[in-house]
Design a protein around this ligand. Structure first.
Ligand code: BG6
Ligand code: MG
Length: 233
């Protein structure tokens, strides 16, 4: 039997049509990347470990344990001490996010979320942080996101693609249907490894491989972003 499919069938089922946007949290939706940095700086100062803002650049988006391992370098510590240092940094970080409110959302985020909702595009959070759910709650966006993949969701941290693949699965989408928005080089690499569109947020020099780089989300509208991305693939 030769049944001809309706013309628009292909469009609606197009496996690479964008159906979801996965947002990193820290440094993309709010300024918590800065709070992570300050907490690590405090710990490093207390421990006499060399660390500064520049060194922190390489650690953007990197998971808690991996970040500490990077800071301690080849110094040897018993595993209890390592755990204690991770716990202490986390205490500092948790203290610093206590007073976060919806006012701490970066400009443009709510408008973009509204655009996505209007367009029927799903929204997920894909964050390496074990504190992501707390931050999402405090920002008042819990009911605006369709799924949250966080530091508890997968074993292999960014730049492995796992967190974004997990988020796509929660959304019920194929990787090629997803766009990732990231402020970290490790996150852009994870998105590319997952076979997704990668949008970098920050200076162009941080993201030599991203499909698109924006300085921030202020004034970013979905129609415009989608048009730019569709010219790429
Ligand atoms: C990422 C941050 O989102 O989460 C990193 O960019 C942080 O700086 C990582 O190290 C892990 O966060 P947490 O809250 O689990 O220590
Ligand atoms: Mg980030």
């Amino acid at each position: 039997m030769n049944v001809k499919e309706p013309e628009n069938q292909y469009l609606t089922n197009n496996p690479s049509e964008i159906r979801g946007v996965i947002f990193d949290l820290d440094g993309v939706l709010t300024d918590t990347a800065e709070y992570h940095y300050r907490a690590w700086q405090k710990l490093a100062d207390e421990e006499g470990l060399p660390f500064n803002r520049e060194a922190n650049e390489a650690l953007r988006g990197v998971a808690r344990r991996e970040t500490l391992m990077h800071i301690i370098g080849n110094r040897q510590y018993p595993k209890e001490k390592i755990q204690e240092m991770m716990d202490r940094k986390n205490r500092y970080y948790v203290e610093s996010i206590e007073d976060i409110t919806p006012n701490d959302l970066f400009p443009g985020v709510l408008q973009l979320f509204d655009d996505l909702k209007q367009a029927g595009i799903k929204i997920a959070i894909g964050s390496a942080s074990k504190n992501a759910r707390t931050v999402v709650q405090k920002l008042g966006i819990a009911d605006k996101v369709d799924a949250i993949a966080d530091g508890y969701s997968v074993d292999r941290p960014k730049p492995a693609p796992d967190i974004f693949l997990f988020a796509a699965k929660l959304l019920g989408l194929q990787p090629a249907q997803c766009v990732v928005v990231e402020d970290a080089a490790a996150g852009v690499e994870a998105a590319l490894a997952a076979g997704m569109f990668a949008v970098g947020i920050g200076p162009q020099s941080r993201f030599p491989r991203a499909h698109l780089v924006l300085s921030d989300l202020s004034g970013v509208r979905w129609d415009d972003l989608q048009a730019k991305l569709s010219r790429i693939r």
